[in-house]
Design a protein around this ligand. Structure first.
Ligand code: TXE
Length: 493
């Protein structure tokens, strides 16, 4: 029997081009061009993907429209749900293969990739089982009329997915869209397309009608922009940077369609002087180290009450010094950054922090097993960092944590809410009244008390305020986003 390792090694090679998936078929780019994909693990050429064109996007939108008006659109909600459940089972059965593929393509530690694959299966299960529970309403109105409000899909939805959690973000957005009855066109990130292509092949195997799910790989500025601006798209979902989010929203506005934007954050964890530190410390560190800090909801700012500031800084520094960035298949604390541009971006932020005179108080290592060409960054903890610092205000998207002291509850709330972002927040205190008060004052889409990022969060509405974007994904709220209503007014007397 071939091992998962042999299987994945045989399926990916620098001379192999992974094709688009349009109308149930693997298709090369319309102009035959392909993009090189470099492995973040060692910087070598690792695979090639189709460099999708606007013509490919057009083909994919047409295929989706045909499915929506044809075989896919004719299924009942229960039948759609069953297909998603079958896909969930298939993803779970292939979790080891998907995890290894993701770790090689994206550089995530294997355990994180595996967790992503399991979360993807759970998204399909959650949305599959919700598909036929999406009820409409009846409105009491004139006695002579019956009013029904039906929940209907938008039609053809476009999904622009980033590279940091390809499987999870694909699952939360495409899973919900399909459950609601939309046909979908997906543009994965150029640095992490392979698991999404593999899952699309599994969708074909379990019986999804051709065209219900289409994937066009390639560059954001070509394939991504063509998808965002395509007049045949009825709704868009985007996760990525605020700058690209603006371009996607402008494109959506030109076509008068809605869009959900999830654009990252600068989330604070507030540690009061009565916090259970034994419980808090591992979570405070993990919240920034998970996925190398390339997590939209990373806990990238610590706000610590002044009386315990130095003690907590010392304890976090100690933990940082034990952290190891290394080869994703050797169980490191974190793998490499996704690409050289992201590695440079993080190092550049650290340089700017040094220029501001900030002190590094805890630094991990790049392990000896990290191949020299890979995009590794040592985890870095800086304290004290003023609230106005660039490192406190801007999303670094790397393993960089900053700590700022605060005096009292009002001060903590003001600092926590004092960036342009508003995605997540954490509060650590044994005082239930205080932690509830503070949590309710946070301008963030999710607030955790005495925990952070607990569970996979598949069932929990997620999204931001301000620069973190708008609209909600995950949970039942995420399903609603992929529908609109149709009101039927029926005269009967
Ligand atoms: O993002 P982009 P990048 C943040 C994070 C990171 C920064 C830059 O701070 O350091 O963004 O990352 C597609 N029209 N986040 O450059 O460009 C692109 O192909 C349509 C936070 O990778 O936003 C990819 O599929 N699409 C974040 C996706 O957009 C376009 C996750 C995201 O890429 C496009 C990732 C265009 N003109 C980065 N240009 C989070 N919220 O979790 C690019 N794309």
């Amino acid at each position: 029997m071939t091992s998962v390792n042999d299987q994945v090694s045989a399926s990916v090679a620098p001379n192999m081009v992974f094709q688009n998936f349009i109308g149930g078929r693997d298709c090369p780019a319309s102009d035959g061009m392909a993009l090189d994909v470099f492995s973040p693990v060692d910087g070598t050429l690792f695979a090639r993907i189709a460099s999708g064109t606007s013509q490919d996007i057009d083909e994919a939108v047409k295929a989706a429209r045909m499915a929506f008006e044809g075989a896919w659109g004719k299924l009942t909600a229960t039948e759609r749900g069953r297909l998603l459940m079958k896909l969930a089972t298939a993803v779970e059965a292939h979790a080891d293969e998907l995890a290894l593929l993701e770790s090689r393509d994206n550089g995530k530690p294997l355990r994180q990739s595996r967790a992503d694959a399991i979360a993807l299966a759970r998204y399909f299960e959650f949305y599959g089982s919700a598909a036929d529970k999406l009820h409409g309403d009846v409105i009491p109105y004139l006695n002579t009329h019956f009013i029904g409000v039906e929940r209907v899909p938008h039609g053809v939805t476009g999904h622009i997915v980033p590279w940091n959690y390809p499987m999870q973000i694909f699952g939360r957005s495409v899973g919900a869209a399909l459950a609601a009855g939309n046909a979908t066109v997906v543009k994965p990130a150029e640095d992490a397309s392979l698991t999404i292509l593999r899952v699309s092949a599994l969708a074909r195997e379990v019986g999804f009608p051709d065209g219900a799910l289409n994937v066009v790989t390639g560059l954001g500025r070509t394939a991504g922009a063509a998808l965002a601006g395509h007049p045949g798209i009825d709704f868009l979902s985007f996760t990525g940077s605020p700058e690209t989010g603006t371009a996607v929203q402008v494109a959506a506005a030109q076509n008068h369609v809605g869009v959900t934007l999830e654009l990252g954050g600068k989330s604070a964890q507030v540690v009061f002087d009565d916090a259970d530190l034994e419980r808090a410390l591992p979570t405070l560190v993990n919240a920034i180290i998970q996925n190398g800090g390339q997590t939209c909801s990373a806990g990238s700012r610590l706000l610590i009450q002044r009386g315990i500031f130095q003690d907590v800084v010392d304890a976090v520094s100690k933990r940082f010094r034990a952290l190891r960035a290394g080869h994703p298949e050797h169980e490191p604390d974190l793998g490499p950054m996704i690409n050289q541009a992201q590695q440079r971006r993080v190092l550049n932020y650290l340089e700017r922090g040094r220029n501001e005179g900030l002190a590094i108080v805890g630094e991990g290592v790049v392990a000896l097993d990290a191949p020299p060409g890979g995009y590794y960054v040592a985890p870095t903890f800086l304290a004290p960092v003023p609230h106005e610092s660039i490192l406190t205000q801007e999303e670094v998207f790397g393993p960089v944590l900053v700590a700022t002291p605060f005096d009292d509850e009002a001060d903590a709330i003001q600092l926590a809410n004092g960036t342009q972002y508003g995605l997540a927040a954490g509060v650590w205190s044994r005082d239930a009244m205080r932690s509830t008060r503070v949590a309710r004052s946070m301008r963030a889409g999710q607030v955790f008390v005495n925990c952070y990022g607990a569970g996979g969060g598949i069932e929990l509405p997620f999204g931001g305020f301000g620069r973190s974007g708008h609209g909600r994904e995950k949970g039942f709220e995420g399903l609603i986003e992929f529908t609109t209503t149709k009101t039927l007014v029926i005269a009967h007397g």
